[in-house]
Design a protein around this ligand. Structure first.
Ligand code: COA
Length: 339
């Protein structure tokens, strides 16, 4: 048995913040942000929580409301698993996945969160896929209990809660939002290839500051705010994307040029352009959401998938490569057939 994506959805918060708006906070300009990153507005959650956005994206992916991609509404009771990727949860306990389960009435689903920063959606999907595969093999699931036939996979982030609004080198890059996908039964051998790798460098992108919150732990840093060495991450990202895509193609026995759609984590337009050039892939095959959303960490990939699916650009049998990369530094990639 294999699996396939049978639903996609997304949710963006109401507030759109333009590059010009950011000039009130830091010494920057629309011209700098546009040419160096490709980002125009980003959305910022003010009234919406992380779980609010995830719930809305999941409702679309399950066809319970309009606005997503889903061939037929999916019965909430048929969802056996929720894997929720986030590095900016509203609360640590219970998991955001458990909160979404309650809101959507997913009474049969086991639910948990994963945090692999910007590559988190790929890891969440891989965990779901392997639980489905072991369930199909009979390794997991006795009777009805714990059988995993359908999984809701979510990437949802409120990155602007950990953004350092005094640091112009990072605050212009990030935004908030959620994407979701439902995995169901698919053709044998799908996905075709997975790739997990790391280039351990935790200092390149981190959110320090939890030290010091205990009165016994010393002073530490007072607040958790994102810090990053942009150039270091940039170089890593371009090399990591190329390595992952070439690895997926080799594993599946296809040429890179055979890939119909390349869905990359949306960090910077120049990262996308450099990787695409190095891979020699037709630029029209590369999904882009960055311009309208900024970098939303693990929500980027499901958001881009949702956009492609709704636009009718994904045809049955198309080869789709997904590549996430980010803090860690970790990379996760997946090559699948659309249906
Ligand atoms: N507005 C105006 N000027 C800015 C600026 C801003 N928002 N941010 C940085 N600058 C300035 C710098 O201070 C520097 O000035 P200086 O030359 O006087 O020192 C100049 O612009 C160039 O800075 P540099 O860091 O070399 O720019 P860059 O071309 O590397 O672009 C990033 C910076 C952060 C956009 C880019 O490195 C990047 O996108 N890296 C990857 C980050 C990322 O995607 N992380 C998440 C991965 S999951």
């Amino acid at each position: 048995m294999g699996c396939a994506i049978i639903g996609c959805g997304k949710s963006l918060p109401a507030l759109a913040v333009a590059n010009d708006d950011l000039t009130q906070l830091v010494d920057t300009s629309d011209e700098w942000i546009t040419t160096r990153t490709g980002i125009k507005p980003r959305r910022i959650a003010v009234g919406e929580t992380n779980v609010d956005m995830a719930e809305a994206a999941a409702r679309q992916a399950m066809g319970l409301v309009e606005g997503g991609y889903c061939e037929a509404p999916i019965d909430p009771e048929s969802i056996d698993l929720v894997v929720y990727s986030t590095c900016t949860p509203d609360v640590l306990v219970p998991s955001c996945a458990a909160l979404v389960r309650r809101r959507l009435g997913l009474v049969n689903a086991v639910a948990f969160d994963v945090n692999a920063a910007c590559s988190g959606f790929i890891y969440a999907m891989s965990v779901a896929e392997s639980m489905m595969a072991s369930s199909a093999l009979g390794v997991a699931g006795a009777g009805r209990r714990n059988k995993v036939r359908r999984a809701l996979v979510i990437g949802s982030e409120r990155l602007t809660r950990i953004t350092n609004w005094k640091d112009r080198t990072t605050c212009v890059l990030f935004g908030d939002g959620a994407g979701a996908a439902v995995l169901g039964a698919g053709k044998k051998g799908n996905p075709l290839a997975l790739s997990f790798s790391t280039s351990p460098d935790v200092a390149a992108l981190d959110v320090p500051g939890l030290a010091g919150t205990s009165p016994f732990a010393g002073t530490g840093r007072p607040a958790s705010r994102l810090s990053m060495d942009g150039r270091r991450v940039f170089r890593f990202a371009v090399a990591a994307i190329c390595d992952a895509v070439e690895g997926l193609a080799a594993k599946a026995g296809i040429a890179v040029a055979d890939i119909d759609h390349l869905v990359l984590h949306q960090a910077n337009e120049r990262i996308l352009a450099a990787a695409v050039k190095r891979l020699g892939i037709d630029d029209a095959r590369v999904a882009r959401t960055l311009r309208d959303t900024g970098n939303i960490s693990s929500a980027c990939i499901p958001l881009a998938l949702d956009r492609l699916a709704r636009a009718g650009e994904l045809e049955d049998g198309d080869l789709v490569a997904l590549v996430g990369f980010g803090a860690g530094l970790d990379i996760g990639a997946c090559l699948l057939r659309w249906k």
